[in-house]
Design a protein around this ligand. Structure first.
Ligand code: ZN
Length: 212
C-alpha cells in the first residue's frame, strides 16, 4: 500500500489509493493526476500553492485546510466542490476515507505559532493511515498519535531538525517514517540520511525518491 504514496518534493505527496489524495501540492508536473481530496496544511506559499492546487482540482475535489487557508483559497476562486476549514481535533468521515486534523506548530521558533491553528493531517484510506505533520516542531500532541506511516519534516530552520524528527518518530512509533521538507527551500538529502541513521533498528525509515 505504501508504494502508492508518491513524494513530489518538499512536503508535497500524492497518495494514489481508491481516491487520489494530495498533501500540500507544490511544483507539480504538467500532467499531474486530478484529485478527489487535497489537504493543505497551512497558508504558506510552499504549502498553499494556487497554481498547483488549481492544476489538480476539479468540480468534484474537496479541499481541507486551516481557517486561514480557507480564507486565502476562497479569494483565489479555484474550481472545486468545496473548501472545508478544520481545526486540530476535527474529524471528517467521507465514504472510503477519514480525515483528521491535528496540531502543527513551532515551539522554539516563531514561523508557525500554535494559536494560528495550522494543521497536520491523519488520513485513513484503504486500511492505511498516513500522518502528514505539516510544518511543525516536535510537539506533545504527537505522543499517542496513531498512524501506520508518518511523513515528518526534517530540514530544521522552519520545522524540526532531523534529530528532533527522529525523537518525534520514536514517540509516534509508526510502522514506517518518511522524511520530507528537504531538497527545496531548506534542508538537504543529508538531513534525510541523518534521520534514517538515528532511527536504525528502532523505526523503519523509507527515503522516497522524488517523482516528477
Ligand atoms: Zn510554513
Amino acid at each position: 500500500m505504501i508504494e502508492r504514496l508518491h513524494w513530489l518534493g518538499h512536503s508535497s505527496f500524492r497518495w494514489q489509493g481508491s481516491k487520489t489524495v494530495y498533501f500540500d501540492p507544490w511544483k507539480l508536473s504538467k500532467n499531474a493526476d486530478k484529485s478527489d481530496i487535497i489537504c493543505v496544511s497551512h497558508e504558506h506559499y510552499d504549502h498553499l500553492s494556487k497554481s498547483d492546487i488549481a492544476a489538480v482540482s476539479t468540480l468534484d475535489t474537496v479541499i481541507f485546510t486551516s481557517e486561514e487557508g480557507r480564507k486565502q483559497l476562497s479569494s483565489l476562486k479555484i474550481e472545486c466542490k468545496e473548501v472545508r476549514a478544520m481545526v486540530p481535533g476535527d474529524t471528517v468521515d467521507l465514504p472510503g476515507i477519514k480525515i483528521e486534523a491535528v496540531a502543527s506548530y513551532n515551539v522554539n521558533k516563531g514561523f508557525h505559532p500554535k494559536h494560528t491553528k495550522k494543521l497536520g493531517f491523519v488520513v485513513t484510506m484503504d486500511g492505511l493511515s498516513v500522518y502528514h505533520a505539516g510544518d511543525t516542531d516536535r510537539i506533545p500532541e504527537m505522543d499517542g498519535l496513531k498512524c501506520d506511516v508518518a511523513l515528518l519534516p526534517v530540514s530544521g530552520t522552519y520545522v524540526m531538525t532531523a534529530d528532533e524528527a527522529a525523537e518525534a518518530a520514536l514517540s509516534i512509533r509508526p510502522k514506517v517514517a518518511i522524511p520530507m521538507h528537504y531538497g527545496d527551500i531548506v534542508g538537504a538529502a543529508s538531513d534525510a540520511k541523518r534521520f534514517e541513521s538515528e532511527l536504525k533498528g528502532k523505526v523503519e525509515v523509507k527515503i522516497l525518491r522524488k517523482e516528477e
